[in-house]
Design a protein around this ligand. Sequence first.
Ligand SMILES: Cc1cc2c(cc1C)N(C[C@H](O)[C@H](O)[C@H](O)COP(=O)(O)O)c1[nH]c(=O)[nH]c(=O)c1N2
Length: 231
Amino acid sequence: MQPIGLKPAGAFSAPEREAVYRAIHERRDVRGQFLPDPIDDAVLARLLAAAHAAPSVGLSQPWNFLVIRDAGVRGEIRTAFERANDEAREMFEGGRRALYSALKLQGISEAPLNLCITCDRRRGGPVVLGRTHDTDTDLYSTVCAVQNLWLAARAEGIGVGWVSIFRDADLRRILGLPEHVVPVAYLCLGHVTELFDAPELEARGWATRHALAQMTCTDRWGGPAWEPAAG
Ligand SMILES: Cc1cc2c(cc1C)N(C[C@H](O)[C@H](O)[C@H](O)COP(=O)(O)O)c1[nH]c(=O)[nH]c(=O)c1N2
């Protein structure tokens, strides 16, 4: 066996920790505040490298990154969004429908760059370590890549908006995806100078964030609430 390299794994310094948590807590889904300035290739390379550093089941790295700049392709994607969004609107009733209609849910044309992160369901062959009993773990791995990119983008001053209001067949046709490749995340990217200080859907009265205490319990589903230590 080859010797395995190890390096020290102590806690980060306080400013480093602060920066990591800042990226996590200040990351926002961006729909409408994109500046038209192009994203530098070096910045894009860092974002893709961050995505590509994500954990993946059996180290299968099932993702691919489709960098979409072409205005024609983005126009088709925008049309596909409008079609699905018309259907989505009808799924809500009354006041919710009116509120939904007022929400801006994508920045496909405004953002200077679109990126589709896909999952190749054949990557790693028919039997992948860790995927033997949960075949969706390749999709989960791909979502880890999305989140890495989203956090790195916050640190770079790049806004990212995830758009999922599409018919799967439309995305596949427009992007020419083979059947074994799943479009996991369609993202709009661009420089931003301002971000909402809370989720925009909360600011616009669509939904509220749950308290962490409501989401945590001990030992079993519905068990006693887990209380964070003071300080
Ligand atoms: C899988 C998935 C899919 C979507 C989203 C997110 C995720 C994780 N979000 C963004 C979502 O609305 C947003 O993350 C939450 O409202 C929380 O806000 P912040 O991300 O904290 O700003 C999103 N937003 C939007 O405007 N249109 C969309 O189609 C989607 N789709």
